[in-house]
Design a binder for this molecule. Sequence first.
Ligand code: PLP
Length: 506
Amino acid sequence: MLTRDERSPTYGQEHVEGNVSDFIESTFASRYVAEPLPRYQLSEYGVPAHVCYQLIKDVRALDATPKLNLASFVTTWMEPEARDLMQDALDVNYVDTDEYPSSTEIQNRCVSILAKLYHAPSVAGEEGRGDPVGTATVGSSEAIMLGALALKKAWQTRRKAKGLDTSRPNLVMGRETHVCWEKFCRYFDVEERYVYAEEGRYCATAELLEPLIDENTIGVAAVLGTTFTGEFEDVQAIDAMVDRVNAKNGWGVKIHVDAASGGFIAPFIYPDLEWDFRLSNVASINVSGHKYGLVYPGVGWVLWRDADHLPPELVFMENYLGSTERSITLNFSKGASQIIGQYYQFLRLGFGGYRKIFLNLEVVRKRLRRAIQLTEHFEILSPEVGVPVVAFRLTTLTGSDGKPHHRMYDEFDLADRLRMRGWVLPAYTMCPNAENIKLMRITIREDMSVQMADQLIIDLKNAIRWLDTHFIFTAEMAERMQKKLSLERLDSSTFNSDDFTVVRPC
Ligand SMILES: *Cc1c(COP(=O)(O)O)cnc(C)c1O
């Protein structure tokens, strides 16, 4: 171990007569690179800044390259000017509205822009003036917690007014909803009621959701862009169903639309699709600014239809430059950078800019989809209309006997092969009750060019070719074969590849 003096980050007088290496300013000539530093507790004296920089950079070096991470919807590229603005605001605490009023103003502009985009009745007229109701959050998860809490409070208020029991709230949704919905239910004591996906149907439908609704239902969650296949749930049909159920029973069930990814896609390339506040039962909507809002993580947004749909119990009124502002968040301090980044994108791109980017993504999506189909190895599971993703799985081959023929590799092996080229193209299983379905998903983001997409297809084909010509004998297969051949042991080390015999222990 280094002595206390040797570890000193100050390079003080005591080193003048010491080891010559103390004078060499090269990071890698310093002792810190060769000596283990404590990882899970504080070191006594710290390390010099340049060494610290290098050590942390090295820790991160084995990570995937964000640009090649096809698993994530989250923004991996912004213009240098946006980066500059965001970096400038690193020291701004968003919550200090008195000291940094511009951040609050910028947030309010963003809320208004989104409320207008989602046809909130609270924002009227061409100029978008009115009383938009919403807030920036850390992401869609926080936004969903707030939206769902509002549904719960509103339900409680309705029930209490009639002197009815409020002890058993439930939330109705498809099982393909994001894990944050389950989290909400667990954190806030709400029973979750699911429509399960099945082979060929990866979304909940109005007909299947309907029977799950009862007097204790706080709301229905509809997803605009499921994480599994990018498919939009039919919010219009769900709205019509909720209308009928409410009219028949005298309930006040509302819908929250989880538009984490689709909330930025649909208004720009499917403007006629009605999924937002145009539908009368949609009470609230969340969207991730850090997905197709094109901002670095983490920023999300939650919008309410109008002030009547946001229960007063969730609102803290704060004084702000002589007027009062609604504060509706789960946390207190947070950076202002992401909100500034969001406003930069709104101002910079406008409607036309976002549309242009998303139309480009559509070009890349269609090209990838077609190329993947043409390999004849895959079946596409993502629909034509939805979030720009391509979800697919390996086809099941049919043997000459007409029976399904199982490959010796699966989507997970393919993901591993592609990882060797740097691509993160995840394999995963479908949601509970349909988890026997394995699939892969390519998320198309702004920084995926046609050139990159073409390279991906080359690498995908090469990976398949490699897998087709190399046998992957899994432990499970070995065990089955061992039993079949009554062998004492069978694995790669006991199998003789020269004459295909198995070494029998003597
Ligand atoms: C990403 C996502 C979430 C969670 O959003 P964060 O912004 O990561 O918190 C929730 N729902 C859906 C449908 C998503 O795609």
